[in-house]
Ligand binder design. Sequence first.
Ligand SMILES: [Zn+2]
Length: 246
Amino acid sequence: MPLLPTDIERHKRHILLKEIGGPGVQKLRAATVTLVGAGALGGPCALFLAAAGVGAIEIWDDDRVDLSNLQRQVQFSETDIDKPKADCLKSRIIALNRDCQVTARQARFEDGSTPSGDILIDASDNFETRFRLNRVAHSSGRFLVSGAASRWDGQVSVFASGRNPHAPCYQCFVPEMPPEAEACDEVGVVGALTGQVGAAMAMEAIKLITGAGEPLIGRLLIFDGLQGTTRTLKLRPDTDCLVCQK
Ligand SMILES: [Zn+2]
């Protein structure tokens, strides 16, 4: 479908970029993204994708908005407290871009859950879901954009093991649940950092959809908020990985 004058006006700052342009905006409009987690990372990620004109976003989250979420989950308002996060995020996305087709699934992403997106975004807060999404991404050949934030530190990567045998999967990076796994409600997290990581996840999805630049496949981008530094580590496939090396 050609871009209407209103589409051109809305997206002109993306159209001006040679790496996106009109064809990139059309690719974004044709894309469907599955987002697991509507919280601190998922909120900013979803809003930047909707603002970029991503055509369809599927949201999985079984949680409800709590007062303690408002310190970082800026997609929600005080009037959203006790309401389902998936529904509130859907309303917020549609207020931003009514052309975005949003499906809110008020459910956890479980074994057997079938995502509709071409790209999977892991904005979850637990390793069971992370491992499950990685298995689905690997077996279905989808890209997995993964992000995490705790205290002052964040990280983002893209896993593509189902498309490229030389690319690691999430479980090559994290083979099993770390014994010292920390939940942010126990150790704390800076709200602004979660916005930074969520936006970086949206950035990676936009690059994958439009073909712009070099996505973080096989690389881990690490933010150290306290020191104000970033660094990138190389990730390699683990020859013993039970997911991608079987
Ligand atoms: Zn692997």
